[in-house]
Design a protein around this ligand. Structure first.
Ligand code: HEC
Length: 139
């Protein structure tokens, strides 16, 4: 019986998508509106597209190959390290680090900077929504 309950709990965890606080949900909704404005065929934010954005390497701002993984690692439940400064970066996963994706101001600021570090431009509304969807739902 205990085993059944444990597997049920695991299943619930696996299928449950992340829930944002109201401030963050409003931000996600605004990204969606913008994405639709840019592309009328846009349907919804996509985990797989987000994964590609997060893990692909580009020649970044400093002229070297870099990806989001370079600083945040592939395991979002673990701390990363800023490759430029050597400072520890707390885990990005909101399941492990509840401060993450709680303040829109922080999310906007770091996405702007970090997209420039890797892609040398700001992310589009769709790209930001996709990569957030990936980070918050990654197991
Ligand atoms: C050069 C290192 C570096 C790279 C590359 C990098 N980040 Fe970051 N990221 C940071 C630092 C430093 C912070 C802020 C420190 C902190 O919040 O712990 C941060 C914070 C964030 C946050 C803030 C989340 C929150 O709510 O606090 C998000 C989201 C994020 N990064 C996403 C990305 C994405 C997406 C990419 C790739 C496009 C990326 N990062 C690439 C260093 C990096």
């Amino acid at each position: 019986m205990k085993r059944v309950l444990i597997s049920l709990a695991t299943l619930v965890l696996l299928v449950q998508a992340h829930t944002f606080n109201p401030e963050m949900q409003t931000y996600m909704d605004s990204l969606k509106t913008q994405a639709l404005r840019n592309n009328p065929d846009f349907k919804t934010f996509d985990y797989k597209r987000g994964e590609k954005i997060f893990t692909s390497e580009y020649i970044g701002k400093k002229g070297k190959l870099i990806s989001c993984v370079s600083c945040h690692t592939k395991n979002l439940g673990q701390s990363g390290e800023n490759v430029s400064t050597g400072k520890v970066i707390e885990p990005l996963s909101p399941a492990i680090n509840p401060k993450r994706f709680s303040k829109v101001k922080n999310v906007k600021k770091w996405l702007r900077r970090n997209f420039k570090d890797v892609y040398k431009r700001e992310g589009s509304a769709q790209e930001k929504g996709d990569v957030i969807t990936y980070i918050v739902n990654k197991k």
